[in-house]
Design a protein around this ligand. Structure first.
Ligand code: BES
Ligand code: ZN
Ligand code: ZN
Length: 506
């Protein structure tokens, strides 16, 4: 994908995209093209029912081939309903739909004329930038394992696709595009890490990808099993001991704040490169989905890339606990007791409830080492959250109303929605064990996502904290407006917005 910006002009042998309002009144350069075409365009769009292709609740479109008196070979006119009320997410979705259309019609040279589409809720630059972000995110594809590039690569059209934005404000748009590219690159990295198969994307390989961020100014430290053992991280180590791949704890540091000594904010990700369930083995149906059990770590790594690329003015720590939860003669057993880095002991009743064991040590380490202002962890933690919220909302758990509100607001803006669920002492007590400080699951059926969050809370040492259970939102079986089927990177945009809106430059 190649996106460029230029000043207003017509173009030969290209498809132009222009816009009109709900009364079919052309905006921006569309008006000028209409003049040049001697009202050919407005005559067509004012015909009754010309916009008969209903595309979405916010817009319809019409295509004119070989428009009279114009050099363009084709014109696509988007009729935007109430664009003055468009939100950030509406613009992203519009960009996603424009991409879908261009792909469907196999366009390869497209000029978009965005002047005039501006919402009362944000500036022109932001409106168009969000549209470009949606466009860019929708264009994601992962084709590296097709051996015959031409036949199997369904998205081969993308490669040569050239999209240009022609605008009176092209200089400012192109400058702001750097921010958009940063977010888009972060999302792409997350999607790539999550989509890679688990025989390739092992814990050391994920760590290597995190290490590569040092190129952008992120300080990266990697702890191997030896170091973690020495520190006493028995909870994390226990999960990975059945695997041939070495467990890792990776710490990424981005100090972009004006005051480098200001307390950082911290993001912690569950990185189970594959979750067989361990000795408490998962049933075979659907087990292949467990390659995305490192989704939380993927989001943290992608987020750190986005923040570094756009040089975010905030001090941010990213920590990912990387393990493979495998069966084998060395694997831990149900009823094993492990000692966590916090000193608390855990009876492992079910080896498939492993994410919390990984996060327990990662969370304690983060608060102890970096004394953060707050911690947010992300994890594909429980199947129960899918029962509760499906793929529409991720679960939010927190000991802080303030952080909950900030995260929910950021998620609402980005279309990565969160739904808060409760924590309380009675749920916490359900984790008590007869032979250790706690067990990793409760006895009998219960509120599985809540008790998992209660477990994590025992390792945050009262630091302001939120936990996002992204088990239902990390992977999509249906294409979404700005995310093709597969890895969504749910959380990268949300947390980038969270940092930008509430923790930057202050
Ligand atoms: N990785 C799974 C949770 C999961 C399920 C993620 C479906 C994505 C889609 C997690 O490690 C797990 O296995 N959790 C168990 C917990 C149970 C043993 C208490 C679950 O949800 O069944
Ligand atoms: Zn599991
Ligand atoms: Zn898991």
């Amino acid at each position: 994908m190649d996106i460029q910006f230029n000043s207003l002009r017509q173009e030969k042998d290209a498809t132009g995209i222009i816009f009109c309002d709900s009364n079919c009144k052309l905006v921006g350069y569309g008006k000028k093209l209409d003049q040049i075409s001697k009202k050919y365009i407005s005559n067509i769009i004012n015909l009754d029912n010309s916009f008969k292709i209903r595309n979405s609740k916010n817009f319809d479109y019409i295509i004119i081939h070989q428009p009279q008196n114009l050099k363009l070979t084709k014109l696509i006119i988007f009729k935007l309903k109430k664009y003055k009320e468009f939100s950030v997410r509406d613009f992203q979705i519009l960009g996603g739909h424009i991409h879908a259309l261009i792909k469907f019609y196999k366009e390869d040279k497209v000029i978009i004329y965005p002047d005039g589409i501006i919402s009362s809720k944000m500036s022109f630059i932001n409106s168009v930038s969000e549209m470009i972000l949606g466009f860019s995110l929708a264009s994601y594809s992962f084709t590296k394992y097709f051996s015959k590039k031409d036949k199997n690569n369904k998205n081969k059209n993308n490669k040569k696709l050239k999209v240009k934005f022609y605008s009176s404000q092209h200089t400012r748009l192109s400058k702001n595009y750097l921010n958009i590219q940063a977010i888009s690159d972060g999302v792409t990295l997350t999607r790539n890490l999550v989509t890679e198969p688990p025989n390739v994307m092992t814990p050391p390989e994920i760590a290597k990808n995190a290490k590569a961020l040092s190129e952008y100014g992120v300080e990266v430290k990697i702890l191997g099993e030896k170091e973690m053992k020495k520190l006493g991280m028995g909870s994390l180590i226990g999960v990975g001991q059945g695997s041939i791949h070495e467990s890792q704890l990776v710490i990424m540091k981005w100090l972009g704040g004006r005051n480098k000594k200001k307390k950082p904010i911290a993001f912690i990700g569950k990185g189970v490169s594959f979750d067989t369930g361990g000795v408490s083995l998962k049933p075979p149906n659907g087990m292949e989905e467990m390659k995305y059990d490192m989704g939380g770590s993927g989001v943290v790594i992608g987020l750190m890339k986005a923040l570094a690329l756009r040089k975010a003015k905030a001090n941010v720590i990213g920590v990912v606990g990387l393990v493979e939860n495998h069966i084998g003669s060395k694997a831990q057993r149900p009823s094993d007791v492990v000692k966590s880095y916090s000193g608390q002991t855990i009876e492992v009743i079910n080896t498939d409830a492993e994410g919390r064991l990984v996060l327990a040590d990662a969370l304690w380490y983060t608060q102890e080492q970096y004394k953060p202002e707050l911690m947010v962890d992300l994890a594909t933690l429980t199947g129960a959250i899918i029962v509760a919220l499906g793929d529409e909302y991720a679960g939010l758990f927190s000991n802080s109303d303030k952080i909950s509100k900030q995260l929910s607001d950021a998620g609402e803006i980005e279309g990565e929605k969160l739904w808060r669920l409760p924590l309380n002492d009675r749920y916490d007590k359900m984790l008590n064990s007869p032979i250790a400080d706690m067990q990793n699951i409760t006895n009998g059926r219960g509120p599985g996502s809540i008790t998992a969050a209660q477990f994590l809370q025992r390792f945050v040492n009262k630091v302001p904290w939120a936990h996002l259970d992204i088990a239902g939102t990390t992977w999509t079986k249906q294409p979404l407006p700005t995310s093709p089927k597969g890895a969504t990177a749910f959380g990268v945009k949300l947390l980038n917005r969270f940092v930008n809106k509430f923790y930057e430059g202050k």
